[in-house]
Every structure is written in structure tokens, then in C-alpha cells.
Design a binder for this molecule. Structure first.
Ligand SMILES: Cc1cc2nc3c(=O)[nH]c(=O)nc-3n(C[C@H](O)[C@H](O)[C@H](O)COP(=O)(O)OP(=O)(O)OC[C@H]3O[C@@H](n4cnc5c(N)ncnc54)[C@H](O)[C@@H]3O)c2cc1C
Length: 325
């Protein structure tokens, strides 16, 4: 199918994008990488009056580390592939590389953008989960100027965010990890390049005694938005990890999930995979916090469970998320 007719505007600045969106009163859509929007246009799932192409807008193609702030700011025209080959980002926020390497195929990553992924708000996508895990913010431009929306207020439900349709997201702001912090991301998908059936990300910061000063855990693919495991995070604070800590935490987090079943996986399967993945990413984040970022790959598929397959399905070795044997 082909898309319905729309006007097309290529803008030169974020301000021009915002003015253009406002002129259409919310009936226009931003075109970033087009990797989600164009298929939706062609399937006529969306019928905007106009597209506002931000790809040549001044200053949106930058990755910046603002001085005196422990954040990285990724502009709205920066591609997934730009992030993957950005050396300083790979060094300072390696979880981003680990997660974005799982987004589709190279052709998708060459065009698609992390900010576009966040604005698209697919609950199975990696980038929204990373934003939620790190407690990042979306920086937007509205009628009153620039403002920020924290991750936990940004994702409302499936493909729906708090960003008003007249406003443009100019960047995402992601906190950089403090010392003694390790992070990890992994997922299970049916085939390489597919969206995750379930994904999980973790961040663990240790105190000088080797206890958990702060743990964070997020899932994708198990709800209508990225799902933070706030209760388990609170239960892990102050704990000195021992054998079984991460498996118990993963199981407790998965117990509280309410995933839906679909043609790809049952709800029970998703919950089981979530438990295993959570245990693995927490354990890997812990090892990295203790030994440094190069310490550990996320463990192989059966490392946490003595060899049992997740739930009698998807028994083939996983292709993604550092999971292959
Ligand atoms: C075959 C295939 C496989 C894929 N696999 C994965 C995968 O495994 N994981 C994954 O996460 N993604 C996957 N994707 C999607 C890909 O990551 C997209 O690039 C991403 O979801 C959207 O980014 P985009 O820059 O292409 O945005 P677009 O498609 O241009 O836009 C998506 C939506 O966000 C809005 N938007 C974009 N930028 C802004 C902005 N700056 N301000 C306001 N609104 C904005 C648009 O108006 C639109 O509604 C896949 C896509 C394809 C086609």
C-alpha cells in the first residue's frame, strides 16, 4: 500500500520544525530516520497532513558531553549507527552500545535515530528502556522554549508519549554512570534483527564495602511502556550480593510483571524469560561494577540456571544481547 498524500517540509532548525508543527495544529509529524514512520504511513496507520523533516536541521546531529554535567546529550538527528561508532560514548556509557547493537539490522541502524525511537515509544524497543533505566530526560522545544520531560513521565502507553504533537524533541539526555557502577543489557528475540520478545537492562552501583548502593532494573516487551522494577530495586539497596541474589531478584521482578501473550510468545513464557534475563543483566552489571566495564559479557543462555532452557520454547541459542554460547 502507499501512503495517503501529505505535505513535506524540510526545515533548517529546531525552531522552524516547532513553528511548522504548530501551524498544522498537531496534524503534522516529525520525520527523523523514517524507519518506523514510513512503514506506518505506507500501511496508513497514520495519515498526517504534513511531514516535518528534521534531518538537515542545524545542530541536531551532535553528541555532546556538556562540561560540569555528568550527562551525554544525543541530538535528534544522530543515528543509531553514529552512537555505535562513537568512541567516547562507547567508553563512557557502554550500555548504550550494548543495547543499540540489538536494534534491527545495519540498514535500520544507519537511518533510525535513538531520539526517534524514544518518540515512537514502542514498548519492545531498546532505547526507551535504556532511557527509563538511566532516568534520562527528553529535551523538547515548545512554544515557551526548551524544556525537559523525565523518562518516567514520558512514556504513557503503547506508542504514546507526553510530548505534545506541536513540539519537537531535540535530544535525549542520559546520565553517565558514577564510579563503581556497572550496567548491562540483554534480550531474547526469535531471530537476529527482530524486536525483543523480552529485554532487560540493569545498573548496579556498589559502595566501598561491596554492598549494593543502588540497583536499577528495567524490562522491555512486557508491558505498554518500559517497565522499571522499582520494588526489587528498593529491596536490593544495601544488600551484599551472594549466591542466588540475582536469581531471586530476577524472579521477584518477573512475578510482578503482567506481560501479554501474543502470536510470538505466551505471557508465561515472557515472564519466565524476564526472570532469567533480569538475573543475568543484574549479575553482569554487578561484575562490571566490581571489576570494571570489561569484566564480563552478559552470561550465556544457560549460565544462571544450570542448563535448563528458559521455558521449553525458543530453545535455540539466542542470537542477541550478548547471549550466544
Ligand atoms: C525491519 C525493522 C526492524 C526494526 N527493529 C528494531 C528493533 O529491533 N528495535 C528497535 O528499537 N527498533 C527497531 N526498529 C525501529 C527503528 O529503531 C526506528 O529507527 C526507530 O523506532 C524510530 O526512529 P526513526 O529515527 O526512524 O524515527 P521515525 O520513523 O522518523 O519516527 C518515528 C516516530 O517518532 C516521531 N519522531 C521522530 N523523531 C521525533 C522528534 N525529534 N520529535 C518528535 N517526534 C519525533 C515521528 O513523528 C514518528 O511518529 C526497526 C525498524 C524496522 C523497519
Amino acid at each position: 500500500m502507499k501512503s495517503a498524500a501529505f505535505a513535506y517540509h524540510r526545515v533548517r532548525s529546531a525552531e522552524e520544525a516547532r513553528d511548522c508543527l504548530a501551524r498544522y495544529g498537531g496534524e503534522a509529524k516529525v520525520l527523523a530516520g523514517g524507519q518506523s514512520l514510513v512503514p506506518m504511513l505506507h500501511m496508513r496507520l497514520v495519515r498526517p497532513a504534513a511531514l516535518v523533516d528534521i534531518n538537515r536541521a542545524e545542530g541536531l546531529d551532535r553528541v555532546e558531553f556538556p562540561p560540569e554535567e555528568d550527562v551525554v546529550v544525543i541530538g535528534a538527528a544522530v543515528r543509531h549507527a553514529d552512537v555505535l561508532r562513537h568512541a567516547a560514548l562507547g567508553r563512557r556509557l557502554p550500555i548504550l552500545r550494548e543495547a543499540l547493537a540489538l536494534v534491527g539490522h545495519p540498514a535500520i541502524r544507519n537511518r533510525g535515530t535513538p531520539v526517534g525511537s524514544v518518540c515512537h515509544a514502542d514498548p519492545a524497543a531498546e532505547m526507551p528502556a535504556v532511557l527509563a533505566l538511566l532516568g534520562g530526560e527528553v529535551e523538547a522545544l515548545g512554544a515557551e522554549g526548551r524544556y525537559r520531560i523525565p523518562a518516567d513521565a514520558f512514556f504513557l502507553t503503547y506508542f504514546t508519549t507526553a510530548l505534545p504533537p506541536e513540539d519537537v524533541a531535540v535530544a535525549v539526555r542520559l546520565p553517565l554512570p558514577s564510579p563503581h557502577t556497572g550496567q548491562a543489557f540483554a534480550e531474547v528475540a526469535r531471530r537476529e534483527g527482530d524486536f525483543a520478545l523480552v529485554g532487560a537492562g540493569a545498573s548496579v552501583r556498589l559502595d566501598e564495602d561491596g554492598r549494593v548502593a543502588e540497583a536499577r532494573l528495567v524490562f522491555c516487551g512486557v508491558g505498554d511502556t518500559p517497565v522499571r522494577a522499582y520494588e526489587v530495586e528498593a529491596e536490593l539497596a544495601g544488600v551484599r550480593p551472594s549466591a542466588g541474589t540475582w536469581e531471586e531478584a530476577g524472579a521477584a521482578a518477573a512475578d510482578r510483571l503482567q506481560p501479554e501473550g501474543d502470536v510470538h510468545a505466551s505471557a508465561a513464557y515472557r515472564r519466565e524469560v524476564a526472570a532469567r534475563l533480569a538475573a543475568r543483566v543484574l549479575a553482569a552489571a554487578f561484575r562490571r561494577a566490581r571489576e570494571g566495564p570489561d569484566a564480563a559479557e552478559v552470561a550465556g543462555p544457560n549460565a544462571a540456571d544450570g542448563g535448563a532452557s528458559p521455558a521449553g520454547r525458543n530453545d535455540a541459542p539466542d542470537h542477541r544481547g550478548g547471549l550466544p554460547e
